[in-house]
Each structure stands twice: as C-alpha cells, then as structure tokens.
Design a protein around this ligand. Structure first.
Ligand code: NCD
Length: 303
C-alpha cells in the first residue's frame, strides 16, 4: 500500500508514467469511466477548498466510483476532539482511498501511519501539496513538451505557499532547470528547501524582490496568493498582500510564449485583464487537475 505525502514519493519515472496516463485519460475518457466501479474515495478536509476537494470528487465519479467525506473540521468529529489518527482509522472502514487536507504540517503523514487505505496529502499547512504539483507538471508538460531546461519564476508568498514548496521539490527531479524566486524579504523560500535543492543538484537559482527585472527570462511564471491564514498578525498580511500584481503592462517585458500559472484562488495578484492574454494558463491548469487525480487514484488502487 502506498501513500502520497510528498511529490517525491513518486520517482521521476513514475511521475512521467502518471502524466502519460493523465494524457491518455484526457484523450479516451470513456475507457476509464467504469474503472473504479464499487470503490469509494473519502475526502477529509479540515481546511477550506474548492478545486482540490471537488476535483478529487469529480475524478472519482468520472471513474465510476463513489465519494464520501467532510468539507470542514466543524462538520466532523474533530469538533468533538477526535484525533486525525482515530478519524482516519474509522474512514478506513468505509472507503478504499482517502485525500486529507489539514492546517497542520505533518497531519497527512500521521494519517498515513494509522490508515488502512492509501492516503493522499491534499495540502498540509504551509508544507506540501503534491497533487497540485502533479497538476502543475501536467500543465507545463502539455505546454512546453518538457520538464527540463526551463527557467521557472515563482512569485509571491514563497514562505507559506505549499504549492511552491512541492513544485520546487518535484522539478528538482528533472535536469537543468533554473529558478527565479521573487518575493518580499519576509516571504522568501525557506532555507531548508534551498539547501535540499542544492544537495539534489538543483541549486541554479536567484532571489530578487523585483518581478519586472526578471520576467523577461522566464519560461514559466508561477504566481501565488499571500497566505493570509498562515500569518501571525493581520497587519503584516495587509502590508504584504499586494506586493505583486501582474498586469498587462508588466507582461510587456515577458517572452511571447511564457506560461502564467497560478494554483488559485486568485485574490489580487493577477489583474483580470491578464485573463484574456494567451499566456494566462491558470484556468486550463484547473482542468488538468481532475485528470491527474484520476490517474493517481488508479495508480494507488493498483487498477
Ligand atoms: C492552493 C492551496 O490550497 O495551497 N490552492 C489549491 O489547492 N489549488 C493555493 C492557495 O490556497 O493559495
């Protein structure tokens, strides 16, 4: 039995296979519509979500399976004081696979230690978000036909943004990528991730506070929301929230084929005028999220 807590729980070859399977599902959805008949996915969401939870549920339904779950801690026995360990043991009696989102870093790993079924981390605090990463990789692969030798810019809240941490870890599996980290000083990428990256041979990065100075060399621009819920005080959030706002005029300096990604939700960091630019790929990225989760469910259930 395998769990996905971190994107590197899959090897590079397994990620390549997962993306190939996702592509096959996109091209032949009918061939997969009964694969999970009789199987149940449980979604255990202790934190708000739109895309991740609904794409998991839509993925399982499109495979012919069923879904159960809760969308907030208030509507589960967590509100009575039940631990994640106990809840996941219980869920293991009702479902064949589960996806868990929790505000605490490490909660998905704890769930995996007690579960009798495969556990997928759907986001643990400011730590990791592997299925968003597989979505991002499928989007990049579809647009660039490669996951190597790219210049990838990350902009916004690189400290608390778990999608950034996961994507960075996964891209390190592929050779010759260059990274440009754009953030205010308070929201820089955690040092442990940079050190780990350097150890794993992806130390080709620069850090800057300026998007304009760096946008011209990027193949991918990964914009992120400032993670309000992870701040200790509202004052700091208010001061930092509009540090970067991508507008058509800032895009004027970018490559004509640069792709703009964003895990969403967007708050203010990409102006709506950018949506009609062909480089804006964030809504296509949403669509890929369902197919990659279909592929992952099939893989973990051994189907
Ligand atoms: C992200 C998350 O939850 O980390 N959303 C998502 O899953 N697509 C990004 C965010 O909330 O900013």
């Amino acid at each position: 039995m395998r769990h996905i807590i971190d994107p590197t729980d899959l090897s590079r070859d397994e990620i390549d296979d997962l993306l190939a399977l996702s592509k096959n599902i996109i091209d032949n959805p009918g061939a997969y519509s009964e694969k999970c008949r009789g199987r149940i996915l449980a979604t255990m969401f202790y934190e708000p979500s739109t895309r991740t939870r609904l794409s998991f549920e839509s993925a399982m339904l499109s495979l012919g399976g069923g879904v159960i779950g809760f969308a907030s801690a208030d509507s589960s026995s967590a509100s009575k004081g039940e631990s994640v360990a106990d809840t996941v043991r219980v869920i293991s009696c009702y479902a064949d696979i589960c996806a868990i989102r929790h505000p605490k870093e490490g909660a998905a790993l704890v769930a995996a230690q007690y579960a009798g079924i495969p556990v997928i981390n759907a986001g643990d605090g400011g730590h990791q978000h592997p299925t968003q990463t597989f979505t991002d990789l499928l989007t990049i692969k579809s647009l660039k036909n490669t996951l190597s030798s790219l210049t990838v810019g990350f902009c916004g809240d690189l400290k608390f943004g778990r999608t950034v941490h996961s994507l960075l870890k996964a891209l390190c599996l592929f050779p010759d990528n260059r990274y440009v980290f754009i953030s205010p000083d308070e929201l820089r990428v955690p040092g442990y991730l940079l050190e780990e990256g350097a150890r794993r041979g992806c130390g080709n990065f620069t850090e800057s506070a300026s998007l304009e100075d760096n946008i011209g060399r990027m193949d991918i621009l990964y914009m992120t929301r400032v993670q309000r819920e992870r701040f200790f005080n509202e004052e700091d959030y208010v001061r930092l929230k509009d540090s970067y706002i991508l507008t058509p005029s800032k895009l004027a300096g970018a490559k004509p084929d640069m792709a703009i990604l964003h895990p969403l939700p967007r708050v203010n960091e990409i102006s709506v005028e950018v949506d009609s630019d062909p480089r804006a790929q964030y809504f296509n990225q949403v669509r890929y999220g369902k197919y990659v989760r279909m592929a992952l469910i099939l893989k973990l259930l051994g189907l």
